[in-house]
Design a protein around this ligand. Structure first.
Ligand code: SF4
Length: 297
């Protein structure tokens, strides 16, 4: 008997509450007929951006922002550095602040730490991607003095004779963070200083990301084929895709339905569709429907 193909949508996939909140705020403003500029892409997903732009959302970069006056600008979930707020005050821009509360809390924590340690030559370290919007907002709290660490090689940037306070971008891999912390501890011990300087690290990876990774491992193992849907610029998407791929080598990455090649190779029976915290549910549903239509399910 030929077994029927089964397609499961990962119910935990889709927008995290920070992104969902920012999109809801934008939609509310647009519905009220207000002109809404969004500083940077509201979410790292081209399809969702196109949908919102059709409703009237205007995405602008930071150079354009600096030239605006007397208008309203939305700050997305990733947050912004203090400089952005200063410009708003100077140019009479009303900010619609949709910074995710978790990111805002992290920014406050880093700012307070910076103010406390400034005299002791302490170093604030951010495990994150240089140039990522959230990271720019975080290092902005330290007058751009924080050291951004993205890889093992970057650890050479630190001075192991002075205190280190370490934070992570909210969407990073928890295991990689642990490994970097261990290496820092090791290097501090190896300095030969009679008393190694303090090293304090904070668990600042968002639980919406870290808990998803564990569940995604099982989801990936439970399917013959996993279709992972995400924008190509999403850090969280890259991370969660790798989680899938390492638990099920038969995982493919697609950003838009057109990228999915049919028929699917290997005749999979159980197909799982998952996505990043920036992937809209409707996009995963579109991919499911494309497969259903092709196979007459
Ligand atoms: S991943 Fe977490 S911290 Fe980042 S926007 Fe989403 S809810 Fe906020």
């Amino acid at each position: 008997m030929i077994k029927k193909m089964q397609i499961d949508l990962d119910r935990r996939a889709g927008f995290c509450f920070g992104v969902e909140n920012a999109i809801k705020i934008a939609e509310k403003e647009l519905k009220a007929g207000n002109k809404v500029y969004c500083l940077g892409q509201i979410v790292h997903n081209e399809m969702e951006i196109r949908r919102l732009e059709k409703l009237g959302l205007l995405t602008i970069d930071h150079d354009t922002y600096k030239k605006l006056k007397n208008t309203r600008v939305l700050i997305r979930a990733h947050g912004e550095p203090p400089e952005t707020y200063r410009i708003a005050r100077e140019n009479n821009i009303s900010l619609i602040d949709a910074t995710c509360p978790i990111v805002a809390h992290l920014q406050n924590k880093i700012r307070t730490c910076y103010e406390e340690i400034i005299k002791e030559k302490g170093q604030i370290v951010i495990f994150g991607k240089q140039g990522h919007a959230e990271v720019i907002g975080l290092i902005g709290q330290t007058g751009n003095t924080a050291v951004v660490i993205n890889s093992w090689e970057d650890l050479d940037k630190l001075n192991y004779h002075y205190p280190i306070y370490m934070y992570s971008q909210t969407t990073r891999d928890i295991h990689e963070y642990e490994q970097l912390k261990q290496e820092i501890r090791k290097r501090l011990r190896e300095t030969g200083d009679r008393e190694p300087p303090p090293f304090i690290s904070y668990d600042t990876i968002c639980s919406q990301v870290s808990s998803r990774a564990t569940e995604l491992e099982q989801f990936a193992r439970d399917h013959d084929l996993v279709i992972f849907v995400s924008g190509k610029n999403s850090s969280n998407g890259k991370y969660l895709y790798n989680v899938c791929k390492s638990n099920n080598p038969n995982t493919i990455f697609v950003s838009i339905p057109e990228e999915l090649q049919l028929p699917l190779s290997g005749s999979p029976q159980r197909i799982g569709i998952s996505g990043a915290t920036s992937t809209p549910s409707w996009l995963m549903e579109k991919i499911r429907d494309k497969i259903k239509e092709f196979y007459h399910l």
